[in-house]
Write a protein that binds this ligand. Structure first.
Ligand SMILES: [Zn+2]
Length: 95
């Protein structure tokens, strides 16, 4: 691979990351707190195929429900365990 191709690839990756970051519904540190809380709850109580722990965190932290749930769904987070598995993974890679 030519150096210029690598540069282009790196630039493209950076752009993808910036796009992903721009789409985060709340700050990265809040997302971290959300994923940590949901992860701990799922470990302890398991997932019942709903977003109960996610919703609980949103209510406790008075965060905007619609954009967060929309963003999570877009990245495969349609229940608590998938929030931790899929959406958290997407966040980890782009934070
Ligand atoms: Zn689940």
């Amino acid at each position: 691979m030519h150096a210029s191709d690598q540069d282009k690839k790196r630039e493209w990756k950076l752009q993808q990351r910036q796009h992903a970051q721009a789409a985060f519904p709340i700050s990265s540190s809040l997302l971290e707190s959300l994923f940590e809380a949901v992860d701990a709850c799922v470990e302890e109580s398991g997932c019942n195929h709903s977003l109960r722990f996610t919703m609980q965190w949103i209510a406790e932290h008075k965060q905007p429900e619609k954009p967060i749930l929309g963003w999570l769904a877009e990245h495969g987070g349609v229940c608590d365990c998938e929030v931790v598995a899929n959406a958290a993974d997407h966040w980890e890679q782009n934070r």
